[in-house]
Design a protein around this ligand. Structure first.
Ligand SMILES: [Zn+2]
Length: 107
């Protein structure tokens, strides 16, 4: 019977990291994976080249993630507040360091 206790302890240790993953998944539900396009339209698009990520950090709920590599391009930022900061009516393209051209949608 002395072997039961170590087994119970092991179960708890295994369970705890899983609970943390579930929490992170729930928190990322409001994050958006951006759609990508093949090319920038010169003159018609506002084009931002991101040298390092994230390009901005706000106070909103959810992140804007690259549609190709999945990295966070704008942290705690909605498409609306991203566009507000850039102040453009054009299609807004953020080029990720991975090379993907991500479109920040108009809301
Ligand atoms: Zn990327």
């Amino acid at each position: 019977m002395t072997e039961r206790e170590p087994n119970l302890f092991r179960t708890l240790v295994i369970y705890r990291p899983g609970a943390r993953i579930l929490k992170e998944f729930a928190m990322s539900e409001s994050s958006i994976t951006l759609e990508t396009v093949e090319e920038v339209r010169p003159g018609a698009d506002a084009h931002i080249r991101a040298n390092k990520l994230p390009v901005m950090t706000g106070t909103d709920e959810g992140d804007l993630n690259c549609g190709k590599c999945g990295k966070t391009i704008a942290e705690k930022t909605t498409p609306a507040s991203f566009r507000r900061k850039i102040q453009t009516d054009q299609r807004l393209i953020v080029e990720c360091p991975c090379g993907a051209l991500n479109v920040v949608p108009k809301s």
